[in-house]
Structures are given as structure tokens and as C-alpha cells.
Design a binder for this molecule. Structure first.
Ligand code: SAM
Length: 235
């Protein structure tokens, strides 16, 4: 599992991300596509930061496959219903006015069939008129292997350096993330492999349409990766 050990460092590693601005934009987009929407499911919710910010507007639930993230998201959002589930094939006993799938979590599906199944599963959890917002991973022509990635973050208790070489096998991007975590207790080194599929823009649009939703694309999105929008027809 990709995030087994790093989950507890996730918020620090991504402290550069502007979750407030993202939540404001999400609320605008949801109300634009489904005015009056009141319920929201965040699929692959991570530590539950979007959930926390969106509870001021919505009755919010979440799922994530990693038990470490489910625990962290529940701690942050004690009143939200957060379950451990696989986005490819989950079944909740309720439907929602809006569903989000953010920060490239969709890229973790293993192949095109799983992409279609994930879109269909999310679409099945939408109410009529409901809106799906999916923030993709990179496209095949946008991922290069001629560089390495690096990130540094620190707070009063620890400092983390994360580095990876960008590798690729066909349309699979592979990143072995080397973490160095330093605190007064010592310095820990561990590696986590992240494998994300590179789907084309057309394939994302096709997957949204195949799920029975009316697809559109917001090229700006939340942080420059774009956003796929699917709306469920009312009848
Ligand atoms: C980059 S994080 C994004 C987390 C959160 N949405 C955010 O914006 O901070 C990717 C998330 O996808 C989750 N994930 C990966 N594969 C999954 C799957 N098959 N089903 C549900 N969640 C999955 C991971 O556990 C992780 O929380």
C-alpha cells in the first residue's frame, strides 16, 4: 500500500497546498453545476482536509482505501461518516448531490477497466442532477522521466525530505519516494512506491460519459491539473 508509513506526515508534506482556496472553488463549481446541492462524498479523502472545509456548506462523508488515512480523517472530522473502501468498487447505502475525487487519487487505479469501474461506481452514488468532480493525474504526454522530484517540509517537531526519480513503464508512472524524517528521536529513512496510471484527456472524458454522466472539462481546475466534471441527468 502506497501511504502506509507516510500517512502521518501527509499534512506536513503537503502544507504548501491551499486547501482553503480549493474548497472555495469546489463549492462554486458544485453550486454552478447542481444548485442547491447539500450532500457530498469525498472519494479517496486522505486526511480529510477538504471534508473539514466543506462541512460548512455540506453534509459530508468520505472514503479512503488506506486505514491510516481513514483514522486521520475521522480524527479531524469526528461528525463525518468516513469509511474504509476501494473507490473502484464500493457500495454505500446512500447517494449524494456531489462527489469529489481530488489530488490525482484517480491515477491509482491499475488500468482503463478500473478507471471505467471507478467512474461508474461514483456515478451510481449520485442523485439525479448530481455532480462529479475528478482531479486527474498527469496525461501520458505530460509526464517526463528526465528529472527527479524533491520536497522539504518542517515544523517545530520534525523535518522531512522526500526525493524520487520519475520512472515509467508504458502508461504507468512509477515513483519510489525516499523519505528522510528527522526528529529529536533520530533520523528514519523509508521508501514507498507510488504507481499511477497516465490516462489521456480523451480517455478521462470517455470514462465520465460511459458512466452515464454529461462530461465537461475545467482546464484550470484547483491547482493546474484540470478537473473533469460529470453531471447525472435528471431523468
Ligand atoms: C494524493 S492522495 C489525495 C488525498 C486527498 N484527496 C487530498 O486531496 O489531499 C491520494 C489518496 O488516494 C487514496 N487511494 C488510492 N487508491 C485508492 C482506492 N483504490 N480507493 C480509495 N482510495 C484510494 C490514497 O489512500 C490517498 O489518500
Amino acid at each position: 500500500m502506497s501511504y502506509t508509513k507516510s500517512a502521518r506526515y501527509y499534512d506536513l508534506l503537503y502544507s504548501w497546498k491551499d486547501y482553503d482556496a480549493e474548497a472555495r472553488r469546489l463549492h462554486e463549481l458544485i453550486q454552478e453545476h447542481n444548485p442547491g446541492a447539500k450532500t457530498l462524498l469525498d472519494v479517496a479523502c486522505g486526511t480529510g482536509k477538504h471534508i473539514e472545509l466543506l462541512t460548512q456548506h455540506y453534509d459530508v462523508a468520505g472514503i479512503d482505501i488506506a486505514p491510516e488515512f481513514v483514522t486521520l480523517a475521522r480524527e479531524r472530522n469526528p461528525n463525518a461518516e468516513i469509511s474504509q473502501a476501494d473507490m473502484i468498487d464500493f457500495e454505500l447505502d446512500r447517494t449524494f448531490d456531489a462527489i469529489t475525487n481530488l489530488f490525482s487519487a484517480i491515477g491509482y487505479v491499475p488500468d482503463e477497466g478500473a478507471l471505467d469501474r471507478t467512474m461508474a461506481t461514483m456515478a451510481a452514488h449520485l442523485n439525479p442532477g448530481g455532480v462529479l468532480l475528478v482531479e486527474p493525474w498527469l496525461h501520458p504526454d505530460g509526464y517526463t522521466t528526465d528529472h527527479f522530484g524533491s520536497l522539504f517540509a518542517e515544523d517545530e517537531a520534525m523535518a522531512i525530505t522526500r526525493m524520487n526519480i520519475a520512472e515509467r513503464k508504458g502508461d504507468l508512472s512509477i515513483m519510489d519516494m525516499h523519505h528522510l524524517v528527522g526528529s529529536k528521536d533520530g533520523i528514519d529513512h523509508f521508501v514507498e512506491r507510488h504507481e499511477l496510471m497516465l490516462f489521456t484527456h480523451d480517455r478521462y472524458m470517455e470514462a465520465v460519459e460511459k458512466a452515464g454522466l454529461t462530461a465537461s472539462h475545467d482546464s484550470e481546475g484547483l491547482m493546474g491539473r484540470g478537473l473533469y466534471v460529470g453531471v447525472k441527468r435528471k431523468s
